[in-house]
Design a protein around this ligand. Structure first.
Ligand SMILES: *[C@@H]1O[C@H](CO)[C@@H](O)[C@H](O)[C@H]1NC(C)=O
Ligand SMILES: *[C@@H]1O[C@H](CO)[C@@H](O)[C@H](O)[C@H]1NC(C)=O
Ligand SMILES: [Cu+2]
Length: 345
């Protein structure tokens, strides 16, 4: 018997045998998750890994848009634009954290499949940096994430004082507000194309927000939540600066009044958004690991923003990212290795 016929024999019998012992052979899932990339904290990555990530983000900005959304020019803009258009339906709802999980994973997939990036989407664990006991400290903004080098995310923006019209929420304590002049995303290399204010990447560090909202005690409070519904509500809390919430740490601690990260619709215009939401996603993942059987099968929280007491999302509730990825159920998005998603921490 030559090698070919031996192969045919093995292949034939492997194919038939399960059908004989089991009345209903299970079809292989359309897409499998083999070798999921592992996501690391930015500072756990080696310098070459960090450099390859930054290069891949810049590559996305040089790859043509597929979203079909007007004013989205490149693949980086696509993800920002999809977020921007869906903003009214994806915050203070039960699917907030899973929708954002899908966006970050879709961005990670684009980096890997279209720009040759080999690793997992990094995250920034800001709770390592916050100084809750020293709220006005600027020293908590970590130079090893928000550093000035060509392979770091850059620091604060130029100082600009917002007008009252630009600051309807009356947020105080901003220290920047203008263009970021160092790091990988300077105006000569990177442009925010989408949104009402195209131009340079902007940051506006607000130390008191960052130091109080990124408090490790708030992360622990979230990890202690008994079910998905309370988890989902605790991660966003309420839209006010009076009550610290960890989701606001990256947005308003880094973005403040005038910075890109502080803009509800267009915060994904700052590449740091994906490290911030990567960390929120890691916290969800960590919470799920405490009781996987239950927490791969449980969702809740309102379909409509802030509609607590109204209709709640269910496992078959479907979310979409337009042309960027197929629709997915919340059940599929609960599992980071479902095949729809494929990564781990
Ligand atoms: C911000 O301050 C203005 C002027 O004092 C006030 O009219 C407005 O209601 C304040 N907005 C908020 C959200 O507190
Ligand atoms: C949605 O969930 C909340 C919290 O568990 C609950 O109070 C509310 O009654 C639910 N809504 C419906 C329509 O069942
Ligand atoms: Cu968002």
């Amino acid at each position: 018997m030559n090698n070919t016929s031996l192969f045919m024999l093995v292949a034939c019998c492997l194919a038939i045998w399960p059908a004989v012992v089991s009345a209903a052979p299970r079809p292989r899932p359309a897409s499998e998750c083999r070798n999921p990339p592992q996501r690391l904290e930015w500072r756990q990555m080696s310098e070459p890994e960090q450099n390859s990530y930054i290069d891949a983000v810049l590559c996305l900005t040089m790859t043509e848009s597929i979203s079909g959304i007007a004013r989205a020019i490149n693949r980086f803009d696509d993800h920002q634009a999809v977020h921007s258009l869906q903003t009214p339906n994806i915050h203070w709802v039960g699917h907030f954290i899973l929708w954002h999980r899908y966006l970050v994973a879709t961005y990670e997939k684009a980096l890997r499949e279209e720009c040759g990036y080999k690793g997992g989407q990094p995250y920034w664990d800001w709770s390592l940096d916050a100084r809750p006991d020293d709220p006005t400290s600027m020293a908590s903004f970590p130079v090893d994430v928000l550093g000035p080098g060509k392979y770091s995310f850059g620091g604060n923006g130029d100082p600009v004082v917002p007008t009252p019209v630009q600051n309807p929420l009356n947020l105080t304590g901003g220290t920047g507000g203008g263009c970021v002049r160092d790091g990988a995303f300077t105006p000569d290399r990177f442009v925010v194309n989408y949104g009402p204010d195209p131009g340079c990447l902007k940051r506006d560090f607000v130390p008191w927000i960052f130091n109080s909202f990124a408090d490790p005690k708030l992360v622990q409070e979230l990890l202690d939540q008994p079910d998905y519904t309370s988890f989902a509500r605790t991660i966003e809390k309420v839209p006010t600066f009076d009550t610290p919430n960890i989701h606001g740490s990256g947005h308003f601690g880094v973005g403040g009044v005038l910075g890109t990260m502080g803009n509800a619709e267009n915060s994904p215009g700052d590449p740091l958004f994906y490290l911030h939401h990567g960390n929120l996603d890691r916290i969800l993942w960590t919470w799920q690991q405490q009781d996987l059987e239950t927490r791969l099968n449980q969702v809740g929280g309102p379909v409509l923003p802030m509609d607590y007491g109204g209709q709640n999302v269910t496992l078959d509730f479907t979310v979409g990212l337009g042309e960027l990825a197929g629709d997915a159920t919340l059940k599929q998005l609960l599992d980071t290795q479902s095949g729809v998603l494929c990564y781990t921490y």
